[in-house]
Design a protein around this ligand. Structure first.
Ligand SMILES: [Zn+2]
Length: 207
């Protein structure tokens, strides 16, 4: 009885005072947070065991300020394929959106001066594609359903940033579009494109 009563006990959000639904609770170190409040937080922020109610209150205030910063953000350069980094070169501001849409995401608008370090890497891995063969071909166990190993490259960037809410932004520039530098012309053109994006990011953030 006591257990059931506790299970269905309604909790109040420590931040907005609203009632928390059955599955909508996020535990903080010193209280509970509802999903409406959670939705207001930075997409780059993760709740940790030690996150306090006061941290969330402070961050929600910052996120309100960020809404104004979004209105003044006019990116003139963008990088990436599905995940995207947007840069307003005149204002020296930038934003990252995992879904490629900084407005919908309400991305955090950051200043170039907040970037403390830039890491870039091209990681080569093998992508296996199977090739089917004609059935009337002479039987050869090694040739049947042969898989062709193509080396492809994943271009990624890590921005280390000075922010109270998160410290790194991972950008997989070629996500879902990893090119091969030994492929045909379109693959090579794609490889060069991501290579140039990477160089430009290093140039912009002075790393
Ligand atoms: Zn709330």
């Amino acid at each position: 009885m006591g257990f059931l009563k506790k299970l269905f006990e309604k909790k109040d959000c420590e931040i907005c005072g609203g009632e928390i639904g059955l599955l909508g609770n996020t535990k903080l170190a010193d209280g509970d947070m509802c999903k409406d409040c959670k939705a207001k937080l930075s997409p780059l922020f993760r709740v940790e065991k030690e996150t306090m109610v006061s941290d969330i209150v402070q961050q929600i205030a910052y996120r309100e300020e960020n809404k104004k910063a979004l209105e003044d953000f006019h990116p003139d350069e963008e990088f990436g394929n599905s995940e995207k980094l947007f840069v307003d070169t005149a204002a020296k501001k930038f934003a990252f959106a995992a879904n490629g849409d900084w407005q919908e995401t309400e991305s955090d608008i950051l200043d170039f001066s907040q970037v403390t370090r830039v890491e870039t890497d091209i990681e080569e891995y093998t992508d296996s594609t199977s090739e089917s063969h004609d059935e009337d071909e002479e039987y050869d166990s090694t040739a049947e359903n042969e898989t062709v190993d193509v080396p492809v490259s994943n271009f990624h960037v890590v921005l280390h940033v000075d922010s109270p809410y998160f410290d790194t932004i991972f950008i997989f520039l070629s996500d879902g579009d990893d090119p091969s530098d030994i492929g045909d012309d379109s693959q090579i053109a794609k490889y060069r494109k991501y290579e140039q994006q990477m160089n430009r990011i290093r140039e912009l953030f002075g790393a």
